[in-house]
Write a protein that binds this ligand. Structure first.
Ligand SMILES: C[S@@+](CC[C@H](N)C(=O)[O-])C[C@H]1O[C@@H](n2cnc3c(N)ncnc32)[C@H](O)[C@@H]1O
Length: 231
């Protein structure tokens, strides 16, 4: 009998924001896998550390965070092969994911590669933008309002078009695109409302107005744009 692959969302960082199911699955599997991007320590593993049993085997997966799609594809294939070997040996594997596994997560690609041959279960996790709204005590959407997640990596025109179609938004993956995003928000009259939450739910969490920022944002930062009425 092959093992089961669990894609486990561990939430945005604070272990208290892991679900009871995530805690139980992480504590029950034979192998705990996680991405160590470019040799950096895994944030998902740090979040779930207290749930991992001592006898579990840790399987760090090297995944360089590069924009070159061909390189990414090869790395996912390699990761899938490593995990497939564990599953074929009958071991259950929990793949730890920050936030929710199916929201811009690496697990999406691993699932596509492994699902044809192995049982896969997804344990949903609290996405970081939800925790950001909570930290700001900011409604995500009310009544007929629309809300969307918009990657800051989109070209200016696309970013503008998508933001115009929404009442409220979370802009993720801003990083070094901050200056472009700032310019687009300013053109749309949204800059004054935009709030940045960095490292949400971590001890290092910071909240500030995006307008007050002149620099790049760290990778683990989200811009929340509240709907006009809520603002
Ligand atoms: C590839 S997406 C992954 C989202 C993740 N699967 C989730 O459900 O939250 C990464 C982006 O999510 C946002 N993010 C993730 N963790 C965060 C945190 N702790 N604080 C603020 N933003 C975060 C940042 O915008 C980051 O660039």
């Amino acid at each position: 009998m092959s093992g089961t692959l669990f894609g486990v969302g561990v939430g945005p960082g604070d272990p208290e924001l892991m679900t009871i199911r995530a805690w139980r699955i992480v504590g029950s599997v034979d192998v705990v896998a996680y991405i160590g991007a470019d040799g950096r320590p895994s944030r998902a593993r740090a979040t779930a550390a207290a749930a991992i049993r001592e006898s579990a085997r840790l399987l760090p997966i090297d995944m360089p965070m590069r924009s070159d799609p061909a390189h990414g594809q090869a790395a996912y294939q390699q990761a899938a092969t490593t995990i497939a070997w564990e599953l074929a040996e009958g071991r259950d594997v929990a793949f730890l994911c920050e936030g929710d596994p199916l929201l811009y997560g690496s697990f999406i690609y691993l699932m596509a590669l492994l699902q044809p041959n192995f049982a896969v279960e997804v344990v949903p996790g609290l996405p970081s933008f939800v925790a950001c709204a909570a930290a700001l005590r900011q409604p995500i959407a009310r009544r007929t309002e629309t809300f969307g997640i918009v990657p800051g990596t989109l070209p200016d025109e696309e970013l503008r078009r998508r933001l115009l179609a929404l009442d409220a938004a979370a802009i993720i993956k801003v990083g070094r695109h901050a200056w472009r995003v700032r310019r687009v928000l300013s053109d749309l009259g949204l800059l004054e409302r935009a709030m940045v939450v960095e490292e949400v739910s971590h001890g290092s969490q910071e909240i500030r107005s995006f307008a007050a920022h002149q620099d790049d944002l760290p990778y683990f930062a989200t811009i929340i744009i509240p709907a006009r009425e809520a603002a």
